[in-house]
Each structure stands twice: as structure tokens, then as C-alpha cells.
Design a protein around this ligand. Structure first.
Ligand code: RIB
Ligand code: CA
Length: 308
């Protein structure tokens, strides 16, 4: 099967970096570009991180700078989890590529025109760039194959009790995306909280021995330490799940659902409201990924990291 032309939209953070490293070794994905967005940290840092992580993977893929904040709100961040620089303070070789000269949303449209319906977007940060693109280019939905997101949840939240960070950070943009008419494949906390790696598995990845695997092991140590207060079994690989799903969904289960995003609630702002469990059924605008074969997931991560 021909690799799918793909753009990754990222607020490169630690799990984003791992997702990009895995994407580089997935033959099912033809990564044509990466767009940066404010999220885990500010857009200057997420852009810098996208550039240096891509260089570290050996891929020659352009990076386009995106939005410095949500469409209508004040920016929030997750530096308390990902570190002030977004990559846990880790050093990486300096990047030789520079960011491209057009904005992320203009690039997304130009690439969608080029691929004429074949392009997929994998969005692993707040959905601001996609929201901007849909507002600026009303014809964009017909030009996209699908959007795979890491975001949302049919049940609980993480950054608030009701909402997952990527959606909560820009709920209006997220609702625009779900209402765009483009099929959205939602890899939310329902599935990503099943896809943890234990500290022992992470150590074993480091023992693969190549620089990228050692970086994988070292870059997550801060998050592992942060998560230890919650008695989690390890680190949840939120963004890598979305990338692996986009490449091959055979280790996953998904259901068609109707999804809207709460943009007004005092307690529920940013919640992805789905009809997954309700008698009231909505128009189906998304696929919610509900299950992963974790053993297959872990095996695939080891396989891909061993390719460096
Ligand atoms: O809730 C997890 C998501 O928020 C991940 O994409 C992580 O990188 C942060 O952006
Ligand atoms: Ca992310």
C-alpha cells in the first residue's frame, strides 16, 4: 500500500518527540511536513523542538511555525510536565534546518491542494492551527482525507477533571475541527491511558543502544518522576498512540460517534462530549479509539526504535 502523505501538527513536548521519532520509521506514513503550535510550551520552543527532533531522526522534513496561542483565549501550557524548554531540558544536536517562511495554516492548505484529498493530518497538540486553516480556507475540508488527533476523552480529563489538555487548551478550535466535516479519528485518554510504558520497559528501550533510543529513555525521566505521585504504572504514550494508529489501526478498536466540544462550561470547558454511551445519538462525525493491544504496542515501539 502506498504511504499516506501526512502532516504532523505538534506542540513538541516529550511525548510529541517520541511520536515524531516513531513516525520517521513507519513506512505507512509519508511525512511531508511538520507544523508547530503553542501547547506544552510556547511556539518558539515547540518550533525549535520540532526542528531539532526531526534533525535527530535524520529526516529532511520542513517545519512551519503555527499559532502562538488559542484562537480566542489566553494561552495555557504544560511546562510543569514537559519542562521549560518542552523536552525536559535534554540536549540534542543543533539543527541545521530553519523554519519555513509561511505560516502553518497556509502550508496545510497548500499541501492539501497538492495532494487533492489524499493528505492526512496527525494533530498531537492543541488544534489551533487546524481551526485557523478551516476558518481561512472554507474549501479545505473537501481536500483532506482525515484528521487523526491525540486529544479528548469520552470519560474523564487530565489537565482538568473534565477535559484533556489538547482540547482544553483551545476548545473553540477543537469544535471547529469536529464540525469541519472531515473524518476525525480521536485517540483520546480512553485509549492512551492503556498505552503506558513501565520504567523497566523504558530502560530496555535505552538498552537498544542507538542515540535515539537512549534519548527516548532519558527524555522521559522527568515525567516518570512527576507521574510517580499518581501511582501510575509508567508513562502514558499519548502522542505515539495517535501516530501508530494513523499508520496501522490493526492493534486498536474504535467506534463511530458524534462528538462536540464544550466551549462554555465553567467546570466542563474543553470536554469532548460524545454519544458513545448515550441513548441520544448524534450525527456521526468521528471515530473514537477505545482499545489498544498494549503488548502489540510495546512490541511495535521496540521494533521501530531498533531501526535507528
Ligand atoms: O493530554 C496529553 C497531550 O497533552 C499530549 O499531546 C501531550 O504532549 C500534551 O500536549
Ligand atoms: Ca502533544
Amino acid at each position: 500500500m502506498n504511504p499516506i502523505p501526512t502532516i504532523i501538527d505538534s506542540d513538541a513536548g516529550i511525548d510529541d518527540a517520541i511520536a515524531i521519532m516513531l513516525a520517521a520509521k513507519l513506512p505507512q506514513l509519508k511525512l511531508v511536513g511538520v507544523t508547530s503550535v503553542a501547547g506544552n510550551v510556547g511556539v518558539d520552543k515547540t518550533t525549535h523542538n520540532c526542528l531539532r527532533v526531526l534533525e535527530f531522526t535524520g529526516m529532511d522534513v520542513p517545519v512551519y511555525r503555527g499559532s502562538a496561542g488559542p484562537m480566542f483565549r489566553q494561552r495555557v501550557d504544560a511546562a510543569f510536565v514537559h519542562g521549560a524548554d518542552g523536552l525536559g531540558g535534554m540536549d540534542l544536536p543543533c539543527h541545521t534546518h530553519e523554519v519555513e517562511g509561511i505560516k502553518a495554516w497556509d502550508y496545510i492548505y497548500s499541501e492539501a491542494v497538492r495532494w487533492n484529498g489524499e493528505l492526512q493530518l496527525i494533530a498531537i497538540g492543541p488544534l489551533t492551527n487546524l481551526g485557523m486553516a478551516f476558518v481561512k480556507y472554507p474549501g479545505l475540508p473537501k481536500l483532506l482525507k482525515r484528521i487523526v488527533i491525540m486529544g479528548g476523552s469520552a470519560s474523564e480529563g487530565n489537565d482538568t477533571p473534565a477535559a484533556e489538555f489538547n482540547i482544553w487548551a483551545d476548545p473553540e478550535a477543537a469544535d471547529i475541527v469536529f464540525c469541519s466535516g472531515v473524518p476525525v479519528h480521536m485517540c483520546g485518554l480512553d485509549v492512551t491511558m492503556q498505552a503506558h510504558l513501565t520504567p523497566e520497559e523504558i530502560d530496555e528501550i535505552g538498552k537498544i543502544g542507538n542515540p535515539q533510543s537512549k534519548f527516548f529513555r532519558d527524555v522521559v525521566q522527568g515525567i516518570l518522576n512527576f507521574l510517580s505521585q499518581f501511582n501510575f504504572p509508567g508513562m502514558h504514550m499519548h502522542d505515539p498512540v495517535a501516530v501508530l494508529y494513523a499508520a496501522d489501526d490493526s492493534m486498536f478498536e474504535a467506534s463511530t460517534v458524534g462528538v462536540r466540544v464544550e466551549t462554555k462550561g465553567a467546570l466542563t470547558l474543553g470536554r469532548t462530549v460524545t454519544d458513545l454511551y448515550s441513548d441520544a445519538q448524534w450525527e456521526k462525525n468521528a471515530f473514537i479509539v477505545t482499545k489498544i493491544d498494549r503488548d502489540a504496542f510495546v512490541k511495535k515501539v521496540f521494533e521501530l526504535m531498533s531501526k535507528y
